[in-house]
Ligand binder design. Structure first.
Ligand SMILES: Nc1nc2c(ncn2[C@@H]2O[C@H](COP(=O)(O)OP(=O)(O)OP(=O)(O)O)[C@@H](O)[C@H]2O)c(=O)[nH]1
Ligand SMILES: [Ca+2]
Length: 496
């Protein structure tokens, strides 16, 4: 009797354990499914795409961005997957044959079609932003600039992507979105930590943007941009100097040196032994050059290099106007600039030039010394040392380097001490530094004004939960396999 009671008690106990474990396992399975659904982990990763065309003064580039679908509001996740450089010059150079501007984009657009999955084409936003080259063309001749824009618009509309417009962006947008890009890619917006300033040097304009300590909005509203990103307010100082890109600045410098009308110009910013004939029209045709061609019957002059860095610095300084500041402080040309603040990322031609000259990690003094040595090197030697570099780029590095040093120090007021705050960059985490990414993020509302709600579980929590649920399932299966032997044990007990 006692034995039978013990067996009955044992059975009841086993039933209770089985019931308890079954409930536990069902709960675990429900939790597993719910967690997987809530987390929406990209087990089956799906990407979305966006395309931005940067129609710069010197050339056009097509950038393709991608981000995991469902994760659009999570900053720091959009990245560049491809960049295609359009062959030939920028779209503003098509003013003579505006109809051909659109055709020039075809091969890069075909490349985009092959890279983006077919099923995503119709939902992929496509933008074109034109910068300083088109601003200058519009200043010279609005109807020609309209024709060029019309031609690129027609070409983009015929693509399978979701065309969102082609326009000339303002210098303020160019500066501000360059700042957004740099800070987004370095994950500074999400963290709400300090930001980094952005310095962009193009062919026809240059931009400076940074969060200033001093509220400059009262002094100069046109240089103030405010953003609310990810729950933080940013008061940005930004300015774009039209005509102060490196190609236009060279025209300005040459126009100042050719005023006398002499048949040859001795230029300290070009290497000794450098000599080329240039048409006056190549210098004076730009709306940036206010002075007229010298009154001579010749159409060209001989441009001769002397390679003297200190004289070059004087030539370059003359293109800035340091007088006539109506604000508490200015950079140059009477433009307000608050005191420099924080680290800076310098990209585009700042990077191309300083990287070529190997000056990206030197002090200001050492950079000056190295540049002086480089400028005084004979042209034949320079060509021998760099047989693979485009001759046009090669000839201009001494001038461009001198201009960059002068712009940053005389213009923007960087000193020997603050020089170290500048980092010369091309890419951040695989994406090019420039205005395009910030522009797309803004137009697609991919950076929320407020910090998004934290996900139901952090990734680590999700992994931990999965681990425990798996452990539980393992013990359950172990229990089942052991239990299959229990009845035999029980019957033996009964026989005994
Ligand atoms: N050395 C060198 N120069 C380059 C390279 N790519 C472009 N440049 C030159 O650097 C300058 C700036 O180039 P970008 O930043 O593309 O200028 P952009 O966007 O066409 O001009 P903006 O409309 O003023 O912004 C131009 O003078 C270009 O000719 C390069 O790979 N190496
Ligand atoms: Ca540019």
């Amino acid at each position: 009797m006692a034995e039978q009671r013990e067996i009955k008690e044992n059975n009841a106990w086993h039933k209770a354990v089985i019931l308890f474990i079954t409930v536990l396992v069902i709960t675990a399975i429900v939790a597993l499914v719910t967690t997987a659904v809530l987390q929406n982990q990209p087990l089956l990763q799906k990407y979305k795409y966006g395309i931005v065309l940067d129609a710069g003064s010197s050339h056009t580039a097509v950038y393709i961005y991608e981000w995991p679908a469902e994760k659009e509001n999570d900053t720091g996740r959009v990245q560049q997957t491809h960049a295609c450089k359009v062959k030939g010059a920028g779209i503003s150079s098509y003013s003579v044959f505006p109809g051909q501007a659109g055709a020039s984009l075809k091969s890069c657009m075909k490349e985009a079609e092959s890279l983006i999955p077919l099923r995503r084409h119709h939902e992929t936003p496509l933008y074109l932003g034109a910068t300083a080259g088109m601003r200058l063309l519009r200043m010279e001749n609005q109807s020609l600039s309209d024709l060029v824009l019309g031609s690129v618009e027609e070409a983009l509309r015929s693509s399978p992507f979701s065309y969102q417009g082609a326009r000339i962006i303002t210098g303020q947008e160019e500066g501000a979105f360059g700042w957004v890009t740099v800070n987004y890619l370095s994950d500074r917006l999400k963290q709400g930590s300090g930001t980094t300033g952005a310095l962009d040097l193009g062919g026809a304009s240059t931009q400076i943007s940074f969060v200033a300590n001093q509220d400059g909005a009262e002094e100069s509203a046109e240089n103030a941009v405010t953003f609310r990103l990810y729950g933080n307010d940013y008061f940005l100082y930004t300015h774009s100097f039209l005509c102060y890109g490196k190609d236009q600045v060279l025209k300005l410098a040459l126009s100042q040196q050719t005023q006398s009308g002499d048949s040859s110009v001795l230029d300290p910013c070009f290497h000794p032994g450098y000599s080329v004939d240039r048409d006056y029209s190549s210098v004076y045709s730009s709306p940036c050059v206010m002075t007229g061609k010298p009154l001579v019957s010749r159409d060209s002059f001989t441009h001769i290099g002397t390679g003297n860095a200190s004289q070059c610095q004087e030539v370059v300084r003359r293109i800035f106007n340091f007088s006539g500041c109506s604000f508490s402080r200015c950079s140059f040309n009477g433009v307000y600039q608050p005191p420099l603040q924080g680290p800076f990322g310098a990209f585009s031609a700042f990077y191309f030039v300083m990287n070529f000259l190997n000056l990206t990690s030197d002090s200001l003094e050492r950079s000056r010394e190295k540049l002086a040595l480089y400028c005084s090197t004979p042209w034949t030697q320079i060509k021998q040392q760099h047989p693979d570099v485009k001759e046009k780029y090669l000839a201009e590095y001494c001038f461009s380097g001198s201009y960059i040093l002068s712009l940053l120090t005389d213009g923007y007021n960087f000193t020997s001490d603050t020089w170290t705050h500048i980092t010369f960059i091309k890419k951040i985490s695989g994406s090019d530094a420039g205005w395009t990414l910030g522009y797309m993020l803004n137009l697609t509302n991919m950076i929320p004004a407020e910090a998004p709600e934290t996900p139901p579980l952090p990734h680590a929590g999700y992994i931990t939960l999965l681990f425990f649920i798996s452990l539980l399932l393992f013990f359950f299966l172990l229990f089942l396999s052991l239990r299959s032997r229990w009845p035999r044990c029980n019957s033996q007990t009964q026989i005994i």
